[in-house]
Design a protein around this ligand. Structure first.
Ligand code: NAD
Length: 246
C-alpha cells in the first residue's frame, strides 16, 4: 500500500498526462466549507427524514413548512465559502484540455470557486422555479426569503431548483456526465458516499470504459471500482495534487 504522499504523486502524474478528465463530487467536497454532509456524523437531516422534506409530495402537503426548511438551509449555505478543494478543482479545469466537473451538490460553492465546465446533477438551491412549471425560473442568492415566494408569471408557488426525490435528473446534464465518464482517462470521485444513483454509477461506467478511477474520501466507498484511494480530506489533498502537477 503506497503512502498518501506517493498516491498524491500518482494522481498528479495521471492528471498531467491526461487530456480527458472527469470529476464527480458530493457533499464531502463541501464539508470543509462548513456544509454538513447528509450521512456523516453531523448529517444535515439527522433527526429529520430527507424524504419528508425533499419531495413534491411533501411540498404540496406543506408548502410553507418545506420552504421554511429550505430557507434555513439557504441561510446556512450563504455563510459558507469555497474551500481549497473547490479552488483546486477550478484550477484543474484550466489545466486539462477536456474537463467536466459533475457535482451532486446544490450549494453553488464550485461556481463560487470559479468552476465553469460543470454539471449540477441535482440542481441548485439558489435557483427558484415555478412549481407548476410555467417556465419561470430565476436565480436568487438572498440568504433569506422568509415568506414562500410566488411566481410572478402565474402566481403559483416558487420552489427551490433542486432535484427532489422521485424527480428525474436534468437530461442534458446526465448525458454530458455519462459521456464524460465514458471518455475520461482519469475519473476522480471526491466526497460522495455513492449511494444516490445514477451519479453513483458513473465511476463504474468510467472504469469499464478504461479510465483510471481515483477516490478522495476519509471513508472511501468505491472499493470495487477504484484504482487508487486517497484517504483523507479533499480540501487538504486536492491542493497538494495540483501543486505536484506542475
Ligand atoms: P453523503 O453525505 O452521502 O456522503 C458524503 C461523503 O463525503 C462521505 O462518504 C464522507 O465520508 C465524505 N466526506 C466527508 N468529509 C469529506 C471531506 N472533507 N473530503 C472528502 N470526503 C469527505 O453525500 P453525497 O454522496 O453527496 O449524497 C448525498 C446527496 O445529498 C446528494 O444528492 C447531494 O445532492 C445532497 N447534498 C448536498 C449537499 C451540498 O450541496 N453541499 C450537502 C448535503 C447533501
Amino acid at each position: 500500500m503506497a503512502e498518501l504522499a506517493e498516491k498524491i504523486e500518482i494522481l498528479a502524474d495521471a492528471l498531467r498526462s491526461s487530456q480527458r478528465v472527469a470529476v464527480l463530487t458530493g457533499a464531502g467536497a463541501s464539508q470543509e466549507s462548513g456544509v454538513p454532509t447528509f450521512r456523516g456524523a453531523e448529517g444535515l437531516w439527522k433527526g429529520k427524514n430527507p424524504m419528508e422534506m425533499a419531495s413534491m409530495e411533501a411540498f404540496l402537503a406543506d408548502p410553507a413548512g418545506v420552504w421554511e426548511w429550505y430557507d434555513w438551509r439557504r441561510g446556512q449555505l450563504a455563510q459558507c465559502k469555497p474551500n481549497p478543494g473547490h479552488v483546486a478543482l477550478a484550477e484543474l479545469e484550466s489545466k486539462v484540455e477536456d474537463f467536466l466537473l459533475v457535482t451532486q451538490n446544490v450549494d453553488g460553492l464550485h461556481q463560487a470557486a470559479g468552476s465553469k465546465k460543470m454539471v449540477e446533477l441535482h440542481g441548485d438551491i439558489w435557483t427558484l422555479k415555478c412549481v407548476k412549471e410555467c417556465g419561470y425560473k430565476t436565480l436568487n442568492k438572498s440568504p433569506s426569503i422568509a415568506k414562500l415566494p410566488r411566481c410572478p408569471t402565474c402566481e403559483e408557488y416558487l420552489r427551490p431548483g433542486v432535484v427532489w426525490f422521485g424527480e428525474s435528473l436534468p437530461e442534458e446534464g446526465l448525458i454530458q456526465a455519462h459521456a464524460a465518464a465514458t471518455q475520461a482517462e482519469v475519473f476522480l470521485v471526491v466526497g460522495t458516499s455513492a449511494v444516490v444513483f445514477p451519479a453513483a454509477g458513473l465511476a463504474t461506467v468510467a472504469r469499464r470504459s478504461g479510465a483510471k478511477v481515483f477516490e478522495i474520501n476519509p471513508y472511501p466507498v468505491q472499493k470495487k471500482t477504484t484504482t487508487v484511494v486517497l484517504k483523507g480530506l479533499s480540501g487538504e489533498i486536492l491542493p497538494q495534487v495540483l501543486e505536484k502537477m506542475y
